[in-house]
Structure formats: structure tokens, C-alpha cells
Design a protein around this ligand. Structure first.
Ligand code: FES
Length: 218
């Protein structure tokens, strides 16, 4: 796909937001993924041209961070956290069930272009382990059966909500939000729930507090 004049304008808009324009590269690559479903070679070249850096420098960033893909993701990105806590609490079983249901392995797209499956690292959501993400929206406390049910519903074109509220859109829509976060959805869903605050409640009940930082170390 060709990067359109409109997308070029949006890429320039992102570049202009930072004192050093190359700081905009991460959101620019998300924008490329939002229109191309992957980081294309053309997208890399356009980012390099706008930022005045080399295509090799852009490629180095695009291949370092795992959120950037060099082949089309498809409609929905499915991530399963298999880090220690999620893995121990069932994340490995969730991943295996999804891999069997979709017929694909790590970092692979399904043949029908509907799904991409990936082992992902800790999502800072261990309170609700095991955690899965759909287009980077949380699905908390999943089981193999509930994870497969989510995929089945998406495959049938049904509306699916994150366990924290937001409606699942698709990968490219999420990528656009990652490029331009102030799209009105920032307060959608539940940011903090009682389970996440158990540690804080217990600390308060027991009069515990964090050790103070010695002067000069702050
Ligand atoms: S280990 Fe899975 S969210 Fe932290």
C-alpha cells in the first residue's frame, strides 16, 4: 500500500510535536501500522525522509521493539502473557488452547487474515493473571475456554468487550490510537479495581509505608 498524502501530513504533525523530531519515531511507526497493518519498507523510508535520518536507523528501531511487525498482522492481534506469574496461573494453557484453535504459533498470522497470535511479556496486570490482550485491550483472569470463546465471537463478527469495558475494535484502529492517544477514548473502561488495590489496603491497615529515600538519592 502507498503511504497517502494525508498520512504523510499526519507523520509530519507527529514529528513537529517534539523538540527533537526523531523522538516522534515510535508514534510514527504506530501510524504506519495503522494504515498498512505492518511496518512496510515504504513506511520506513517515509519516516526516515521526514525525520532526516537513515532508513537503517528507522529499521533498527522497528526491528528492536516487538510491537512493530514486518508482515501483516490481520484484523485482530491476540497476545497471551506467558511471563512467570501468568504462566504459572494458566497462561501457558491459554496460549496452547488458542494456538490449537487458530492453527498458528508465536508471531504468526492465521491463513484467513483474522488473527495474529503472540506470546507477550508482562503487561503490568499480574493482579488479574493470567492475562490476554486483544488489540492491546485487557482480557483479565482468562481460562483456556474463555480465551477460545473470545476468539470464536470475534470470528463470528460479534461485538466483544474487554473485561475492563472498552469495545474491541481492530488492530489498525488501536495502532492509530497509539499514534494519536488523545482520541477521546483515554478514559474508556476501568483503570483501577478493588483487586488491584488489595496491597495498598493491607499496607494502610497495617500502618506500612515505603522507606524514605536518603537526601541526595532522589
Ligand atoms: S506476568 Fe502476566 S501480566 Fe504480569
Amino acid at each position: 500500500m502507498t503511504i497517502s498524502a494525508e498520512t504523510r501530513d499526519q507523520l509530519r504533525e507527529l514529528a513537529a510535536r517534539y523538540p527533537k523530531s526523531r523522538s516522534a519515531l515510535l508514534p510514527m511507526l504506530h501510524l504506519v501500522q495503522s494504515v498498512d497493518d505492518e511496518v512496510t519498507s515504504e513506511g520506513i523510508n517515509v519516516c526516515a525522509e521526514i525525520l532526516g535520518i537513515t532508513s537503517a536507523e528507522v529499521t533498527a528501531v522497528a526491528t528492536f521493539y516487538t510491537m512493530y511487525k514486518r508482515k501483516p498482522v490481520g484484523k485482530h492481534h491476540i497476545g497471551v502473557c506467558t511471563n512467570t506469574l501468568c504462566g504459572l496461573l494458566g497462561g501457558d494453557a491459554v496460549y496452547s488452547a488458542l494456538s490449537e484453535r487458530l492453527g498458528i504459533g508465536h508471531n504468526e498470522p492465521s491463513a484467513d487474515g483474522q488473527f495474529w497470535l503472540e506470546h507477550i511479556e508482562c503487561q503490568a496486570a499480574c493482579t488479574h493473571a493470567p492475562v490476554m490482550t486483544v488489540d492491546w485491550e485487557y482480557m483479565d483472569d482468562v481460562t483456556p475456554a474463555s480465551a477460545v470463546a473470545v476468539v470464536d465471537r470475534l470470528a463470528r463478527g460479534e461485538q466483544v468487550e474487554s473485561t475492563r469495558g472498552p469495545v474491541i475494535r481492530d488492530f489498525q484502529a488501536t495502532e492509530h490510537t497509539l499514534a494519536f492517544p488523545l482520541d477521546g477514548l483515554v478514559n474508556d473502561g476501568v483503570a483501577v479495581d478493588a483487586k488491584m488495590l488489595v496491597g495498598l489496603r493491607l499496607a494502610n491497615e497495617r500502618g506500612m509505608s515505603a522507606a524514605s529515600i536518603p537526601a541526595g538519592d532522589a
